[in-house]
Design a protein. Structure first.
Length: 113
């Protein structure tokens, strides 16, 4: 399987954006930092201990410029980067959600240059 996101568009936040990650299996919800995002994937840092298994379905929630986003996704990888636990999630979204994300990220980038 090939998991590296080589998409033409990926936005890396200078300061991570906060959000929530919900595990629908056990209804556990934790705060997370979003380090980067694309139309089809996201790299997060859960702020609490959470047993995330590869191929497990989760739900993410975050707000960007007063625009609320929520999407289901599948855990693709878990690893520790410089001692910080991080996870990669493939997002299951539709074209409208992706277009809304791109437009919001463009506005966000203009405000945070």
């Amino acid at each position: 399987m090939y998991f590296k996101r080589n998409e033409p568009f990926r936005y890396t936040f200078g300061t991570p954006v906060m959000g929530q990650l919900k595990n629908p299996t056990n209804e556990e919800e934790v705060e997370m930092k979003i380090w980067d995002i694309s139309q089809h994937g996201i790299r997060i840092e859960p702020l609490e201990s959470l047993d995330l298994k590869t191929e497990e379905t989760v739900h993410i929630f975050f707000t960007l410029l007063d625009q609320e986003f929520s999407a289901p996704g599948t855990i693709r990888w878990n690893k520790s980067i410089a001692g910080v636990p991080q996870a990669g999630i493939d997002l299951d979204t539709d074209r409208t959600w992706r277009n809304n994300l791109v437009q919001t990220l463009k506005q966000y980038a203009k405000k945070h240059i």
